[in-house]
Design a protein around this ligand. Sequence first.
Ligand code: FAD
Length: 640
Amino acid sequence: MGNFFSDNDDLQYYFERGIDWDALVETTEYGYRTKDGFKNVEEAKAFYREVADMVGTLVADEIAPRAAAIDREGAHLENGVAHLPKAMDEVFKQIKGLDLHKLCLPRELGGLNAPMMLYFVNAEMMARADVSTMTHHSFHAGIALALLIFSIQEGSTTFDVEGAAIASTRFAKEIEEIARGDAWGCMDITEPDAGSDMAALRAFAEQDEAGNWHLSGQKIFITSGHGKYHLVIARTETAKASADPMAGLKGLSMFLVKMYEDQPDGTRKNFITIDRLEEKLGHHGSVTAALSFDRAPAQLIGKRGEGFRYMLTLMNNARLGVGFESLGLCETALRAAKDYAAGRRSMGKTIDRHEMIADYIDEMESDCQAIRALAVHGAYHEELAQKIAILQQLAPCGDVETVALEKRARRHRRHARKVTPLLKYLAAEKAVEMSRRALQIHGGSGYTKDYAPERLLRDALVMPIYEGTSQIQALMAMKDALGAIIKKPQKFITKLAQARWRSLSAKDELERRVSKIQFLCLSAQQHLATRTAAQKIRALGDKPVTAWKDELTKNWDPKRDFALAMLHAERLIKLLTDEAVCEIMLAQAKKHPERRAVLARYLERAELRARALHEEITTSGARLLATLHGGEADPETAAG
Ligand SMILES: Cc1cc2nc3c(=O)[nH]c(=O)nc-3n(C[C@H](O)[C@H](O)[C@H](O)COP(=O)(O)OP(=O)(O)OC[C@H]3O[C@@H](n4cnc5c(N)ncnc54)[C@H](O)[C@@H]3O)c2cc1C
């Protein structure tokens, strides 16, 4: 009997020591005021441990052995109805039987009230077994929780402060149906002419005279798109001109659209048509549907024009999910590579004794630890930000405590916002790199279907594409980093000076080395910010002096003003990622000395990367920008 929980030392570290369960249990149990809830962290943790251990066995014994069959059969469409592969149906019967769909839903709504962190731990293990299964599983509770959060955000959830419980919520029926495992949902954003560019979305919804909404248009690439509950983003505001904000993101609204309704006579009435299932390179078990909506009845969530804001909440969680999914796949690739290399002999020794292969495997191990560090950190802060928002509604307290909670929530939101694109970027890119390395380590056998790496590589290739491509993550991280400098330049200069000073003076050698990476990262940002500002100041030459103030303080156009930063955004996100990983690992090393070796190994490669990335960002790019935008190359960056 295998167990993907107990056989993973790094995961065990997080579960037993690395995760601050105190804060997660306290908020999940509404400050220990719930009637039927756990009364302390030990009780709760013992339950979570049992669940993780059970899931560890389930995924090792029931899901992993079916992964190849799931891939071979794939999801398919028959008479307009999508079917999962048989092996996956069998797995989902077991998942339903074990009540895993209700794991993180509140008790008041039929759930088991576990923290999302436990879901993510399970998600990593499930993805290690099979990514299609993990993905489809995530569209159960993930959608139910999104419905709950949306309802809280729009104000249609009421709270029983005395009894510390959710008293009523707009989507209770839907959430309970999903909790029972009788339905799931999906997230319908992408259209044939709008993927990364959401401002180009064209599906629209209109209201009839009675005030009912009807949604029309096409959505493509919808994972688990044969689900009952569709969270659909659609245009509700018409624009007079393309420059009108209503033509872009501000004209979008969020809707819940039911795919079907079961009738009392046993028939099923459909409101959405599945046009086709995509034939994909990998993720064969997962349904990826193209859908048509023709005046489908729709329920508006929140207010008109707030769709993009709601979608960001949905996407943040989904991006964390892809982080854990990619991590699970990396873990399988690493283990497959290690097992094969330990058994295969070449030139008198097993190939894991050859230096180059040993280096690959060593880096893969270190990278898995880095991804897990980022993933747990991101999931922790996102969950607390969301749970504190619920706690605020339930807090029988005066203004002082509410203000303190708001401050805490803001801090967690800030951390989650910073780390989520970094995690999505790193984990997805590493999934591709590691599965390719695993294939390479298998030599000719790796290129056959007799071994897992070819499937892992096919499955991995979508990870840098969906839930926002790697390039989009890089742009988001760059805009946040440079935006912060423009907003508070003095704070940035102080941070830069402090990092430099710590890199020279910190007592701890590891802290000095981490500070050096922070310094290189900040100094690369400083280069991009000053070049961006210099460009802007040069452009003032064409404007009257009276317009200068507005140009410098207000009129920033990312497309025009951030060209150099956009060119280097991927290099910058790599630096930001190394910086964040090192900071998290340093904090762990300070608390738990056995983690010093984990950081020291990661630093060996991160330090070299940081120097190279800093050099690239500060010396290249001018030639290409001159070609793209015209004009002469900036002599200071002409090396590019
Ligand atoms: C298997 C699978 C499952 C999916 N599941 C879902 C789902 O459940 N729901 C859903 O709504 N969508 C889903 N998608 C769609 C996915 O999110 C999109 O494919 C993705 O957002 C990219 O959009 P696109 O394909 O239109 O590519 P484009 O947006 O056309 O991008 C093409 C390339 O250009 C790059 N690019 C675009 N803009 C810029 C820029 N400004 N700067 C630099 N580079 C840029 C991109 O990074 C990419 O490399 C899924 C896709 C796949 C393949």
